[in-house]
Ligand binder design. Structure first.
Ligand code: ADP
Ligand code: MG
Length: 345
């Protein structure tokens, strides 16, 4: 891809040419985006009644992503989505992002356009404005940093520290899929390295591949909760795995949490791939990470409102701190939950 003679060398554009090329067609969608790309700083307007939320992530090639199977367009999309997910996890709405990139000489203009194609698609899908960033060269590999800026009414913001004893622990969607997809891609990469004649066998696994390569942030869950008039008492997005996020809520809220293994939602595709790869599906959900689902606690009085919802599952409840953070296995055995486990990075 990078040695294709028909691609355009970045040096021929220069830094400003590249920035101009990547950003000239941007149209601002949000009234709060006063000034986007083109000056020394972006200018945003936040109504007095709202608070501003800011979240940043840094992604490094070889540490957070592997370009041998991660298409650049998907990478751009995912880099934005993981940041928006952090804003939604505060029960807030993202409005703007900035994108900073470090590019090594192996990247052509066409490659960077692919990356920006994914970034723009995410901006369109989530109705956020790309209002700035920075562009630099890198000695080795690709670096992407995205900052998301959001807003919310002060009394709607949900922190990690508000869970109370007897609250219910809920999760959106299903878990472990992104990790199963990652493991499948890694397996096929090894097969390919050992025998480049073999075509990767990814058939029937679209769901978990999409969970890894094109995750979505749960904007819809924020809207659902609002429509149901539920204000979660604590919330976090699942980037590192269920265990780690449960522990964050428990520690910051000063409560214990009990999770039931049998309640953890796992898609059949995830389950089957985990089995095929000799992995425990529950462990994929607990320690795999990158699912970008929302984990939140609600008051028991809200149970009736969510119990029939197909996309929301109650998986446990909050206890006194002294009872600790535990998983009750399918056979009824209590295990202390630990944040260890593997990570996708
Ligand atoms: P400065 O030298 O003042 O930091 P730059 O030349 O880096 O300015 O950037 C010029 C404009 O282009 C700024 O508005 C900046 O936010 C924007 N910009 C730079 N790089 C990117 C990028 N990768 N994506 C989006 N906007 C960018
Ligand atoms: Mg700059």
């Amino acid at each position: 891809m990078f040695e294709n003679p028909e691609t355009t060398n970045l040096e021929s554009l220069g830094e400003f040419g590249l920035i101009d090329h990547l950003t000239k067609q941007i149209e601002l969608k949000n009234p709060s985006s006063i000034k986007g790309v083109g000056d020394d700083a972006a200018v945003l307007k936040t109504p007095d009644s709202k608070n501003t939320l800011v979240s940043t992530d840094l992604l490094l090639e070889g540490i957070h992503f592997d370009l041998s199977y991660f298409p650049l367009k998907h990478l751009g999309y995912k880099a934005v989505v993981v940041n928006l997910s952090d804003i939604y996890a505060m029960n807030a709405k993202p409005k703007q992002i900035t994108v900073s990139i470090g590019l090594s000489s192996k990247f052509s203009l066409e490659a960077v356009e692919e990356l920006y194609g994914g970034i723009e698609l995410a901006c369109k899908h989530y109705q956020v404005d790309l209002v700035g960033g920075d562009t630099t060269s890198s000695k080795q590999g690709l670096i992407i940093s995205v900052t998301a800026i959001g807003e919310a009414d002060e009394n709607e913001i949900v922190y990690r520290n508000g869970a109370k004893e007897m609250d219910l622990l809920c999760v959106s969607g299903d878990l472990g899929g992104a990790y199963a997809g990652y493991q499948l891609l890694e397996r096929e990469k090894r097969v390919y390295i050992n025998n480049p004649q073999l075509q990767p066998d990814l058939s029937g696994n679209d769901y978990i591949l999409e969970r890894q390569l094109k995750p979505e942030a749960r904007k819809d869950v924020i809207d659902i909760l609002k429509a149901l008039k539920i204000q979660p008492t604590a919330m976090i997005d699942i980037s590192d795995g269920l265990s780690s996020e449960v522990i964050h809520i428990a520690k910051q809220s000063n409560v214990g949490i009990t999770v039931y293994e049998e309640k953890i939602p796992i898609d059949p595709t995830t389950y089957n791939m985990a089995r095929e790869l000799d992995l425990d599906p529950t462990l994929c959900a607990l320690s795999g990470g990158e699912d970008y689902e929302l984990l939140f606690t609600i008051n028991q009085s809200d149970f009736e409102k969510i119990k029939e919802h197909p996309d929301l599952t109650v998986i446990g409840f909050c206890t006194k701190k002294e009872e600790g953070i535990n998983l009750i296995s399918k056979s009824g055995i209590k295990h202390e939950l630990k944040a260890q486990g593997w990570k996708a990075f």
